[in-house]
Design a protein around this ligand. Structure first.
Ligand code: TYC
Length: 101
């Protein structure tokens, strides 16, 4: 008699998927002081002085810079909080979010 043991021929669908990550993007403007941008990056995104200065200068020179990636909800909350902190001080500084490819 033949061996009737079988093995699955296809991989089962994974039960869970990793959440897609979203980028927080710093947008340049002509009015917000450089030091204020650095302060916000350190406070809201926990960047070091050096990281914050590099991100600020990249946005200043190129127009935008990715700050960090998070789950969608965290990215949107941080972008909103950081933009609101600037607005409270009268600056147009803007953080946006977009899904990572
Ligand atoms: N461009 C601003 C200035 O010259 C500084 C700045 C940098 C503002 C980055 C926003 O995302 C920004 N004062």
């Amino acid at each position: 008699m033949q061996d009737t043991n079988t093995i699955p021929r296809v991989q089962l669908e994974p039960k869970v998927e990793r959440p897609r990550l979203h980028k927080v993007i710093l947008v340049n403007d002509d009015f917000t002081p450089r030091e204020f941008v650095i302060t916000v990056l350190k406070g809201e995104f926990r960047l070091s002085e050096e990281q914050a200065r590099r991100v600020m200068m990249t946005a200043h020179q190129r127009g935008v810079c990715v700050v960090a990636v998070f789950t969608q909800e965290v990215a949107e909350t941080k972008a909103t909080n950081a933009s609101d902190a600037a607005r409270k001080k009268g600056f147009p500084l803007l953080f946006t979010t977009e899904p990572e490819e």
